[in-house]
Design a protein. Structure first.
Length: 246
């Protein structure tokens, strides 16, 4: 199988893709949206987006590249972790696919402010107050859609973290960090959806474990890879037919 014979190359490429995803996520959230969205000021937010459509579109484009890169990463982690437990690796795969689909569809909410700023639906067609209110609604809707998607990714991280701890071919510390990342995603999403006031107090520090865990894993795949002999032994054990009881 090509994956098995060129595993180190796939892991290196996967680590690069994972790191690119992290950087693109930081670009979209920390640079684009944090720059243009003014908390508590819908008028300023609408004005900023209308005056910087190129930057806003760059954030959307970066997010969509993230979702595209998710696809090979999902396949990579399934093939890498299935020798430990194929059912759990498959479960993490399905959860990750749902997360990617939700986040990709959620980009429509980020296009709404651009459509509102267009001439046919902009300030010339509606009052500035309504334009700002609709823009803020779209921005808030994106935040909640993002939180829903990250619920699925939080459970993905929990499963993958558990499998990494059990693997023997990756450091257990990486698995523990990924478990912490999953918990941080779930806490952040639950707070945003069910306790918005608490979410405002926790964000962005609640997501620091996720940044550390995912960054550590991506860099490890790039710089160190895995213990290939242990992974191959795991794979052979998985491929051996189960012996029938006497």
């Amino acid at each position: 199988m090509h994956f098995e014979t060129h595993l180190r190359r796939y892991l290196f490429a996967g680590g690069i893709a994972y790191l690119a995803n992290i950087l693109l996520g930081l670009f979209g959230e920390a640079f684009v949206r944090s720059t243009l969205i003014v908390a508590g000021d819908a008028m300023a937010t609408a004005s900023n987006i209308a005056q910087s459509p190129g930057l806003w579109r760059a954030g959307i484009a970066g997010d969509l590249v993230m979702q595209l890169l998710d696809i090979p990463l999902i396949v990579l982690f399934y093939l890498l972790l299935r020798p430990i437990s194929q059912p759990l690796a498959l479960c993490a795969t399905i959860l990750n696919i749902v997360q990617t689909a939700v986040l990709a569809a959620n980009k429509l909410t980020l296009l709404a402010p651009l459509l509102l700023a267009a001439d046919y639906l902009g300030p010339a067609a509606v009052s500035p107050q309504l334009h700002a209110a609709l823009t803020q609604f779209a921005v808030n809707l994106h935040g909640h859609g993002f939180a829903i998607g990250l619920i699925f990714f939080g459970f993905t991280c929990l499963i993958r973290g558990y499998l990494i701890v059990r693997s023997g071919f990756l450091p257990a510390t990486l698995g523990i960090l990924l478990l912490a990342a999953g918990v941080s995603y779930l806490i952040n999403s639950a707070a945003l959806l069910f306790a918005p006031a608490l979410a405002g107090m926790l964000f962005p520090w609640v997501l620091l474990p996720s940044l550390i865990g995912e960054l550590a894993l991506s860099l490890w795949l790039i710089c160190r890879g895995i213990k290939l002999d242990v992974w191959q032994a795991r794979l052979r054990a998985m491929q051996q037919p189960a012996s029938l009881p006497a």
